[in-house]
Design a protein around this ligand. Structure first.
Ligand SMILES: *Cc1c(COP(=O)(O)O)cnc(C)c1O
Length: 373
């Protein structure tokens, strides 16, 4: 076996898309595949989703370009819009949807529109190659996240200015929820109410829900939902989603490369952070923080060996970690070890390490081989 290896189960992803559509039957699905599809491989993930979703959302223009260059000619949204005029020019020629969340981005769009029109007017006989096409623009409104988005009192002005841009063919409205991973949050309900009120007078498409909104706030679904982490059956919060009928789609595996008899009182690993209370057998697993397993996972973090949970013991090293197999164990060198996945929800590991599933996925390193089922 190659070790370590991350197995991505496409069937589970497609199953999760069905669950998502079941929760939000009237919304179109924008699959969010930013950050190399949450570390899982942008092209592979986009290919398995292309026929079952209505578009893709990314955070960087290079991600949009690579999806389009591998053959996708549907909707791609730049969730943070363009970072400068050069990128906006690319978005206009590639027909990406762009988010506008500040005035600078609007000014860039107005300037490019102006120079584009001047060029078109100037050449009345020989039209220059028309390299820009009208695109859909999503106006991002701050409803309480207080990170990106324009303030409520500027919406009318922005909409008017966008309507005056010949390169804008459609205006949509977007916002983002700050704590939708918590169920029954009043803050989230207030954000949704804000969004509802601020966009009530506009016809354009609306979207506010990422995975948390999809799962826990039915009134947040609107025209488009934007699932990311839930595509992989992973929760946006700390509880796993098995009771929502989702399946964990990513399994991180390695193998035992040593087993040693270990006496009571002996420490294991760097800094002697764990000392055996009784005689036992210590298993050494070929995975460490050099692969993206969190170094701060403490002793006691669950690891799955031959179908049973055993505790991680001692410090996680760069290439290895150690587990307490118990004195009676019959495990052998070469036996597979699961660090997270189907029978060991990634949320449990994330909780132990003081982080979230998102970070564990996106920090898997180059050394991890990916396998797509
Ligand atoms: C990342 C992101 C999402 C997806 O979030 P999940 O919690 O992974 O579903 C949706 N919308 C925006 C704007 C994002 O940045």
């Amino acid at each position: 076996m190659k070790a370590p290896i991350a197995t991505v189960n496409t069937k589970a992803i497609l199953h999760n898309v069905k669950q998502i559509k079941h929760l939000a039957p009237n919304s179109k699905v924008l699959a969010i595949v930013k950050a190399n599809a949450y570390g899982l491989g942008l092209i592979n993930i986009y290919q398995s989703l292309a026929n079952v979703v209505d578009g893709f959302g990314v955070a960087r223009i290079v991600e949009a370009l690579s999806i389009q260059e591998s053959g996708f000619n549907g909707k791609i949204i730049l969730l943070e819009g363009c970072f400068d005029k050069l990128e906006l020019g690319q978005a206009l020629s590639r027909q990406f949807d762009v988010v506008i969340h500040n005035e600078k981005q609007l000014e860039d769009l107005e300037e490019l529109t102006k120079s584009w029109q001047e060029r078109l007017d100037e050449f009345s006989f020989f039209k220059p190659l028309n390299i820009y096409f009208p695109i859909m623009v999503w106006l991002k409104i701050d409803t309480g996240m207080h990170r990106l988005g324009i303030e409520a009192n500027r919406i009318t002005e922005f909409v008017q200015r966008l309507q005056n841009c010949a390169l804008v063919k459609e205006i949509g409205f977007m916002s983002h929820l700050s704590c939708a991973d918590e169920e029954n949050s009043i803050y989230v309900q207030n954000q949704i109410a804000n969004f509802q009120e601020l966009t009530a007078n506009y016809q354009g498409a609306k979207t506010i829900a990422a995975s948390g909104g999809i799962l826990f706030y039915e009134n947040s679904h609107y025209d488009w939902i934007r699932p990311g982490i839930s595509l992989y059956g992973i929760s946006p919060g700390s509880k796993n989603l098995s009771n929502f009928g989702f399946q964990q789609a990513v399994t991180l595996k390695s193998q035992l490369i040593a087993i040693r008899l270990h006496k009571a009182g002996e420490p294991v690993g760097y800094s002697r952070t764990w000392i055996a209370k009784q005689n036992t057998k210590i298993g050494v697993v070929a995975i460490g923080y050099g692969d993206g397993y969190p170094r701060n996972a403490p002793s006691g973090t669950p690891v799955l060996v031959n179908g049973r949970i055993v505790p991680l013991v001692g410090r996680v090293s760069m290439d290895m970690l150690t587990v307490d197999l118990g004195i009676e164990c019959t495990d052998k060198i070469g036996d597979p070890v699961i660090l997270w996945g189907e029978n060991l929800p990634i949320e449990e590991i994330a909780n132990k390490a003081g982080t979230i599933g998102y970070e564990l996925l996106t920090r898997l390193t180059q050394r991890v081989e990916f396998e797509y089922l």
